[in-house]
Design a protein around this ligand. Sequence first.
Ligand code: SF4
Ligand code: SF4
Length: 277
Amino acid sequence: MIAPINKIIPFSNVDGPGNRLAIFFQSCPFRCLYCHNPETINMCNHCGICVDTCPTRSLTIKNNKVLWDDSTCINCDTCIKVCPYLSSPKIKYMDIETVIKHIEKAKPFIVGITVSGGECTNHPEFLTTLFKEVKKLGLTTFMDTNGHHDLSLFPELLAHTDGIMLDVKAFDQKQHYALTNKDNVTVLKNLNYLLEKNKLYEVRTVLLHDHQRNIDTVENVSRIIKDKCYYKLIKYRPFGVRVEGLKICGDNSVDDAELSLMKKIAETNGANRIITV
Ligand code: SF4
Ligand code: SF4
């Protein structure tokens, strides 16, 4: 069993509780306008456009496939910047054994792992097997998901998952579609289902320069979650956002006043475990 992996970060303290190894899977069903790592959205189609831009000749084409040599790559990310398809040639297909080797190296310094993306739940069977092995190492298993796939369909995966961070990008259907290119029917189903199953560690909402959308989302989410999990409110920041997204979401970060106001609204509705970023 293999899965496309964009990168593995051995230590992260922003991807769930404590120090964690974070695994970023490639490909995502959403097209979020404010995505900070849009190169994780699509699988590489091997068009070859990026190959000649590599200053270290770490990219080659063989049998119509673009190959990446990580031993000479200097991680300048020129290839990612020129890719017109929201992808990256720096993807590795890894099996469970290889991922576990990465985890074992970091094990003395971490409390667990978090799978993220892209969208990690594009690979439910891989995650289920991986989490079972991680549990044997005595580590905790967390998942960062956009909630597009119905998680009630993967009971075995959930049984081996300690906590889930779920994005609710907009509560209103039309606004969610405008932001992500997908509806949020399953996202909201997952929100309620994961609360019922006591698997929700944190819900995340990015606040944009759209006051009414912020109010509508924060009001509705906080009324549902109350004090049952963390609610992370994140200011939109333009760093890493692609041009198309900047045109709609703006060149400036959301200000602290908006963040404080949304925190107050959430607290008024009973959500008292708020993190602002
Ligand atoms: S990041 Fe891309 S362009 Fe830069 S050296 Fe590595 S493969 Fe080449
Ligand atoms: S990373 Fe992008 S530009 Fe490079 S071969 Fe793949 S799709 Fe083409």
